[in-house]
Design a protein around this ligand. Structure first.
Ligand code: A3P
Length: 318
Protein backbone atom coordinates (compact mmCIF):
# COMPACT_ATOMS: atom_id res chain seq x y z
CA UNK A 1 0.00 0.00 0.00
CA UNK A 2 1.14 3.58 -0.48
CA UNK A 3 0.91 4.13 3.28
CA UNK A 4 3.21 1.20 3.85
CA UNK A 5 5.61 2.60 1.29
CA UNK A 6 5.77 6.03 2.86
CA UNK A 7 6.48 4.46 6.25
CA UNK A 8 9.24 2.51 4.57
CA UNK A 9 10.67 5.66 3.03
CA UNK A 10 10.72 7.44 6.38
CA UNK A 11 12.45 4.47 7.92
CA UNK A 12 15.08 4.56 5.20
CA UNK A 13 15.58 8.28 5.74
CA UNK A 14 16.16 7.79 9.48
CA UNK A 15 18.48 4.90 8.78
CA UNK A 16 20.55 6.80 6.23
CA UNK A 17 20.99 9.76 8.56
CA UNK A 18 22.92 7.47 10.90
CA UNK A 19 25.32 6.07 8.29
CA UNK A 20 28.95 7.25 8.10
CA UNK A 21 29.34 9.61 5.17
CA UNK A 22 32.05 11.09 2.96
CA UNK A 23 32.23 13.40 -0.02
CA UNK A 24 31.87 11.89 -3.48
CA UNK A 25 33.75 13.28 -6.48
CA UNK A 26 30.60 14.96 -7.73
CA UNK A 27 30.32 16.93 -4.48
CA UNK A 28 27.37 14.96 -3.06
CA UNK A 29 27.58 12.64 -0.03
CA UNK A 30 28.40 8.98 -0.07
CA UNK A 31 26.87 6.81 2.66
CA UNK A 32 28.48 3.70 4.09
CA UNK A 33 26.15 0.79 4.69
CA UNK A 34 26.97 -2.90 5.09
CA UNK A 35 30.45 -2.48 3.63
CA UNK A 36 29.50 -0.36 0.62
CA UNK A 37 29.74 3.38 -0.13
CA UNK A 38 26.48 4.42 -1.79
CA UNK A 39 25.93 7.67 -3.66
CA UNK A 40 23.16 9.81 -2.21
CA UNK A 41 21.02 9.29 -5.32
CA UNK A 42 21.37 5.50 -5.03
CA UNK A 43 21.06 4.71 -1.34
CA UNK A 44 17.27 4.59 -1.01
CA UNK A 45 16.93 2.57 -4.17
CA UNK A 46 19.70 0.24 -3.05
CA UNK A 47 17.99 -0.48 0.27
CA UNK A 48 14.55 -0.84 -1.29
CA UNK A 49 15.93 -3.12 -4.01
CA UNK A 50 17.63 -5.32 -1.41
CA UNK A 51 14.38 -5.64 0.52
CA UNK A 52 11.85 -5.99 -2.25
CA UNK A 53 13.19 -7.41 -5.49
CA UNK A 54 12.12 -10.95 -6.28
CA UNK A 55 14.17 -12.60 -9.00
CA UNK A 56 12.84 -15.02 -11.57
CA UNK A 57 14.88 -17.91 -12.89
CA UNK A 58 14.85 -16.32 -16.33
CA UNK A 59 16.18 -12.92 -15.19
CA UNK A 60 19.50 -11.53 -16.37
CA UNK A 61 21.33 -9.16 -14.03
CA UNK A 62 24.17 -7.02 -15.37
CA UNK A 63 26.44 -6.01 -12.51
CA UNK A 64 29.40 -3.65 -12.34
CA UNK A 65 31.20 -0.86 -10.60
CA UNK A 66 30.22 2.46 -12.19
CA UNK A 67 32.34 3.45 -15.21
CA UNK A 68 33.44 -0.08 -16.00
CA UNK A 69 31.58 -0.64 -19.24
CA UNK A 70 28.03 -0.90 -17.91
CA UNK A 71 26.53 1.00 -20.84
CA UNK A 72 28.37 -1.20 -23.34
CA UNK A 73 27.34 -4.39 -21.56
CA UNK A 74 23.71 -3.24 -21.52
CA UNK A 75 23.77 -2.70 -25.27
CA UNK A 76 25.48 -6.03 -25.91
CA UNK A 77 23.26 -8.13 -23.65
CA UNK A 78 20.09 -6.45 -24.92
CA UNK A 79 21.14 -7.13 -28.51
CA UNK A 80 22.07 -10.75 -27.89
CA UNK A 81 18.82 -11.48 -26.10
CA UNK A 82 16.57 -9.67 -28.59
CA UNK A 83 18.37 -10.53 -31.82
CA UNK A 84 15.45 -12.52 -33.16
CA UNK A 85 12.98 -9.75 -32.44
CA UNK A 86 14.82 -6.76 -33.89
CA UNK A 87 17.21 -6.66 -36.80
CA UNK A 88 20.20 -4.34 -36.22
CA UNK A 89 18.61 -1.65 -38.42
CA UNK A 90 15.49 -1.55 -36.27
CA UNK A 91 17.14 -2.01 -32.89
CA UNK A 92 15.61 0.05 -30.07
CA UNK A 93 19.21 0.99 -29.27
CA UNK A 94 19.04 3.38 -32.22
CA UNK A 95 16.32 5.41 -30.57
CA UNK A 96 16.60 4.70 -26.84
CA UNK A 97 19.55 5.19 -24.47
CA UNK A 98 20.95 1.87 -23.17
CA UNK A 99 20.08 2.91 -19.59
CA UNK A 100 16.41 3.13 -20.51
CA UNK A 101 16.41 -0.30 -22.13
CA UNK A 102 18.18 -2.01 -19.25
CA UNK A 103 17.36 -0.11 -16.10
CA UNK A 104 19.34 0.25 -12.89
CA UNK A 105 17.76 -1.11 -9.74
CA UNK A 106 19.35 1.39 -7.38
CA UNK A 107 19.33 4.71 -9.25
CA UNK A 108 16.20 4.11 -11.25
CA UNK A 109 13.67 1.32 -10.67
CA UNK A 110 13.73 1.34 -6.86
CA UNK A 111 14.59 5.00 -6.34
CA UNK A 112 11.01 6.19 -6.68
CA UNK A 113 8.43 6.53 -3.94
CA UNK A 114 6.41 3.66 -5.39
CA UNK A 115 7.78 0.20 -5.81
CA UNK A 116 8.22 -0.66 -9.51
CA UNK A 117 5.81 -3.03 -11.18
CA UNK A 118 8.14 -5.53 -12.78
CA UNK A 119 5.66 -8.38 -12.98
CA UNK A 120 4.35 -7.56 -16.44
CA UNK A 121 7.78 -7.49 -18.07
CA UNK A 122 8.30 -10.35 -20.51
CA UNK A 123 11.04 -12.91 -19.90
CA UNK A 124 13.92 -12.63 -19.97
CA UNK A 125 13.94 -9.44 -17.93
CA UNK A 126 17.31 -7.68 -18.04
CA UNK A 127 18.27 -5.39 -15.16
CA UNK A 128 21.42 -3.73 -13.98
CA UNK A 129 22.97 -3.22 -10.58
CA UNK A 130 26.01 -1.79 -8.84
CA UNK A 131 25.26 -3.73 -5.63
CA UNK A 132 27.98 -6.06 -4.38
CA UNK A 133 27.38 -9.80 -4.79
CA UNK A 134 27.14 -10.67 -1.09
CA UNK A 135 24.29 -8.27 -0.45
CA UNK A 136 22.20 -8.88 -3.54
CA UNK A 137 18.61 -9.75 -2.64
CA UNK A 138 18.55 -13.42 -1.57
CA UNK A 139 16.31 -14.41 -4.48
CA UNK A 140 18.98 -13.34 -6.99
CA UNK A 141 21.61 -15.56 -5.43
CA UNK A 142 19.04 -18.25 -4.69
CA UNK A 143 17.29 -18.51 -8.06
CA UNK A 144 18.82 -19.69 -11.30
CA UNK A 145 18.84 -16.22 -12.82
CA UNK A 146 22.10 -15.25 -14.49
CA UNK A 147 24.54 -12.56 -13.48
CA UNK A 148 27.03 -10.94 -15.85
CA UNK A 149 29.66 -8.78 -14.14
CA UNK A 150 31.94 -6.40 -16.00
CA UNK A 151 35.02 -4.86 -14.44
CA UNK A 152 37.73 -2.56 -15.67
CA UNK A 153 41.27 -1.58 -14.84
CA UNK A 154 40.83 0.39 -11.58
CA UNK A 155 42.90 3.35 -12.83
CA UNK A 156 40.79 3.78 -15.95
CA UNK A 157 37.67 3.25 -13.85
CA UNK A 158 38.50 6.01 -11.39
CA UNK A 159 39.62 8.46 -14.06
CA UNK A 160 36.41 7.77 -15.96
CA UNK A 161 34.39 8.46 -12.81
CA UNK A 162 36.25 11.70 -12.15
CA UNK A 163 35.30 13.06 -15.58
CA UNK A 164 31.76 11.73 -15.32
CA UNK A 165 31.21 13.39 -11.93
CA UNK A 166 32.03 16.80 -13.35
CA UNK A 167 29.30 16.56 -15.97
CA UNK A 168 26.32 16.24 -13.61
CA UNK A 169 23.83 19.07 -13.75
CA UNK A 170 22.85 19.78 -10.17
CA UNK A 171 22.04 23.01 -8.47
CA UNK A 172 24.13 24.11 -5.51
CA UNK A 173 26.50 21.17 -5.70
CA UNK A 174 30.10 21.72 -6.67
CA UNK A 175 32.11 18.73 -7.86
CA UNK A 176 35.70 18.32 -6.72
CA UNK A 177 37.95 20.19 -9.10
CA UNK A 178 41.04 18.01 -9.17
CA UNK A 179 41.81 14.34 -9.07
CA UNK A 180 44.17 14.89 -6.14
CA UNK A 181 41.32 16.15 -4.01
CA UNK A 182 39.47 12.87 -4.02
CA UNK A 183 42.43 10.55 -4.32
CA UNK A 184 43.01 9.75 -0.64
CA UNK A 185 39.39 8.66 -0.41
CA UNK A 186 39.78 6.43 -3.45
CA UNK A 187 42.79 4.78 -1.85
CA UNK A 188 40.63 3.97 1.16
CA UNK A 189 37.94 2.45 -1.02
CA UNK A 190 35.67 5.47 -0.65
CA UNK A 191 34.01 5.89 -4.02
CA UNK A 192 30.58 5.38 -5.51
CA UNK A 193 29.68 1.70 -4.87
CA UNK A 194 33.21 1.07 -3.61
CA UNK A 195 35.44 -0.27 -2.32
CA UNK A 196 36.46 -1.29 -5.83
CA UNK A 197 38.18 -4.45 -4.57
CA UNK A 198 35.12 -5.60 -2.58
CA UNK A 199 32.92 -5.28 -5.65
CA UNK A 200 35.22 -7.15 -8.01
CA UNK A 201 36.24 -9.82 -5.48
CA UNK A 202 32.67 -10.75 -4.59
CA UNK A 203 31.70 -11.38 -8.19
CA UNK A 204 35.08 -12.90 -9.05
CA UNK A 205 34.77 -15.53 -6.30
CA UNK A 206 31.16 -16.20 -7.19
CA UNK A 207 32.14 -16.72 -10.84
CA UNK A 208 34.69 -19.32 -9.78
CA UNK A 209 32.29 -21.12 -7.46
CA UNK A 210 29.26 -20.90 -9.74
CA UNK A 211 30.44 -20.45 -13.34
CA UNK A 212 26.98 -21.28 -14.68
CA UNK A 213 25.51 -18.50 -12.55
CA UNK A 214 28.06 -15.67 -12.74
CA UNK A 215 30.01 -14.64 -15.83
CA UNK A 216 32.97 -12.39 -15.08
CA UNK A 217 34.03 -10.09 -17.92
CA UNK A 218 36.77 -7.50 -18.27
CA UNK A 219 36.35 -4.30 -20.29
CA UNK A 220 39.86 -4.70 -21.69
CA UNK A 221 39.09 -8.23 -22.95
CA UNK A 222 35.99 -7.00 -24.74
CA UNK A 223 38.05 -4.27 -26.35
CA UNK A 224 40.60 -6.82 -27.48
CA UNK A 225 38.23 -9.43 -28.89
CA UNK A 226 34.56 -8.52 -29.01
CA UNK A 227 33.59 -11.50 -31.19
CA UNK A 228 35.00 -14.04 -28.75
CA UNK A 229 33.37 -12.30 -25.81
CA UNK A 230 30.00 -11.93 -27.52
CA UNK A 231 30.01 -15.68 -28.17
CA UNK A 232 30.92 -16.29 -24.55
CA UNK A 233 28.12 -14.00 -23.39
CA UNK A 234 25.54 -15.60 -25.67
CA UNK A 235 26.53 -19.11 -24.59
CA UNK A 236 26.44 -18.14 -20.95
CA UNK A 237 22.94 -16.73 -21.38
CA UNK A 238 21.84 -20.00 -22.95
CA UNK A 239 21.43 -18.33 -26.36
CA UNK A 240 24.51 -19.44 -28.34
CA UNK A 241 24.94 -18.15 -31.88
CA UNK A 242 24.13 -20.82 -34.45
CA UNK A 243 26.53 -21.64 -37.27
CA UNK A 244 24.09 -20.00 -39.63
CA UNK A 245 24.11 -16.80 -37.57
CA UNK A 246 27.88 -16.81 -37.47
CA UNK A 247 28.07 -17.21 -41.25
CA UNK A 248 25.54 -14.44 -41.75
CA UNK A 249 27.66 -12.07 -39.65
CA UNK A 250 25.17 -11.60 -36.81
CA UNK A 251 27.95 -11.36 -34.23
CA UNK A 252 29.74 -8.62 -36.19
CA UNK A 253 26.48 -6.76 -36.64
CA UNK A 254 25.87 -6.71 -32.90
CA UNK A 255 29.47 -5.71 -32.18
CA UNK A 256 29.16 -2.86 -34.66
CA UNK A 257 25.76 -1.70 -33.39
CA UNK A 258 27.05 -1.59 -29.81
CA UNK A 259 30.45 -0.13 -30.62
CA UNK A 260 31.50 3.06 -28.90
CA UNK A 261 31.73 5.01 -32.15
CA UNK A 262 28.28 3.97 -33.25
CA UNK A 263 26.43 4.52 -29.96
CA UNK A 264 28.23 7.74 -29.10
CA UNK A 265 27.15 9.42 -32.34
CA UNK A 266 23.49 8.49 -32.17
CA UNK A 267 21.29 11.49 -31.55
CA UNK A 268 19.57 9.74 -28.67
CA UNK A 269 22.90 9.42 -26.84
CA UNK A 270 24.12 12.91 -27.69
CA UNK A 271 21.07 14.60 -26.20
CA UNK A 272 18.93 14.29 -23.10
CA UNK A 273 19.64 13.12 -19.58
CA UNK A 274 19.69 10.05 -17.41
CA UNK A 275 18.77 11.55 -14.01
CA UNK A 276 21.21 14.44 -13.63
CA UNK A 277 23.80 12.92 -15.96
CA UNK A 278 23.72 13.98 -19.62
CA UNK A 279 23.34 10.88 -21.81
CA UNK A 280 26.48 12.00 -23.59
CA UNK A 281 28.47 11.69 -20.34
CA UNK A 282 28.31 7.90 -20.62
CA UNK A 283 30.43 8.13 -23.77
CA UNK A 284 33.79 9.82 -23.32
CA UNK A 285 36.96 8.25 -24.75
CA UNK A 286 36.64 4.52 -24.19
CA UNK A 287 40.40 4.00 -24.18
CA UNK A 288 42.36 1.31 -22.41
CA UNK A 289 45.17 2.88 -20.36
CA UNK A 290 43.89 6.43 -20.83
CA UNK A 291 44.44 7.03 -17.08
CA UNK A 292 48.00 8.18 -17.77
CA UNK A 293 46.64 11.54 -18.98
CA UNK A 294 45.16 12.28 -15.56
CA UNK A 295 47.14 10.37 -12.92
CA UNK A 296 50.81 10.78 -12.11
CA UNK A 297 52.88 7.59 -12.12
CA UNK A 298 53.18 7.78 -8.33
CA UNK A 299 49.40 8.04 -7.86
CA UNK A 300 48.91 5.09 -10.17
CA UNK A 301 51.53 3.07 -8.33
CA UNK A 302 50.03 3.88 -4.95
CA UNK A 303 46.50 2.87 -5.91
CA UNK A 304 47.53 -0.23 -7.87
CA UNK A 305 49.60 -1.44 -4.94
CA UNK A 306 46.58 -1.20 -2.66
CA UNK A 307 44.38 -3.01 -5.17
CA UNK A 308 47.00 -5.72 -5.65
CA UNK A 309 47.25 -6.27 -1.91
CA UNK A 310 43.50 -6.55 -1.60
CA UNK A 311 43.26 -9.02 -4.49
CA UNK A 312 46.29 -11.07 -3.45
CA UNK A 313 45.70 -14.79 -3.67
CA UNK A 314 42.40 -14.43 -5.51
CA UNK A 315 43.81 -15.17 -8.96
CA UNK A 316 42.41 -11.85 -10.19
CA UNK A 317 44.74 -9.09 -11.27
CA UNK A 318 44.77 -5.94 -13.36
P1 A3P B 1 35.80 6.57 -20.42
O1 A3P B 1 35.32 7.58 -19.43
O2 A3P B 1 37.14 6.01 -20.08
O3 A3P B 1 35.73 7.03 -21.82
P2 A3P B 1 29.80 2.94 -17.64
O4 A3P B 1 29.04 2.56 -18.85
O5 A3P B 1 30.00 1.81 -16.68
O6 A3P B 1 29.27 4.17 -17.01
O7 A3P B 1 31.28 3.26 -18.14
C1 A3P B 1 31.55 4.37 -18.96
C2 A3P B 1 32.85 4.15 -19.69
O8 A3P B 1 32.65 3.21 -20.74
C3 A3P B 1 33.37 5.41 -20.33
O9 A3P B 1 34.79 5.30 -20.32
C4 A3P B 1 32.77 5.31 -21.71
O10 A3P B 1 33.42 6.09 -22.68
C5 A3P B 1 32.92 3.83 -21.99
N1 A3P B 1 31.95 3.32 -22.98
C6 A3P B 1 30.66 3.69 -23.14
N2 A3P B 1 30.09 3.02 -24.14
C7 A3P B 1 31.03 2.20 -24.66
C8 A3P B 1 31.04 1.27 -25.73
N3 A3P B 1 29.97 1.05 -26.49
N4 A3P B 1 32.20 0.60 -25.98
C9 A3P B 1 33.28 0.82 -25.23
N5 A3P B 1 33.34 1.70 -24.20
C10 A3P B 1 32.23 2.39 -23.90
Amino acid sequence: SSKGESVLRDEIQDLVAGFPSAKNWDGTPLYFYKGVWYPVFGIRGALSFQQHFIARDTDIILASMPKSGTTWLKALAFSVVNRNIYSPTESPLLTTPPHDLVRFFEMDLYSKSQLPDLEHLPAPRIFSSHTHYEILPPSIRGSSCKIVYICRNPLDQLVSYFHFARKFKRENVKPLTSIDEGFDNICRGIQSYGPFWESVLGYWKASLERPDKVLFLKYEDLKEDITFNLKKLAEFLGLPFSEKEEKEGVIQEIAELCSFDNLKDLKVNRTGFFKSAPNSSFFRKAKVGGWCNDLTPSMAERFLKIVEEKLAGSGLSF
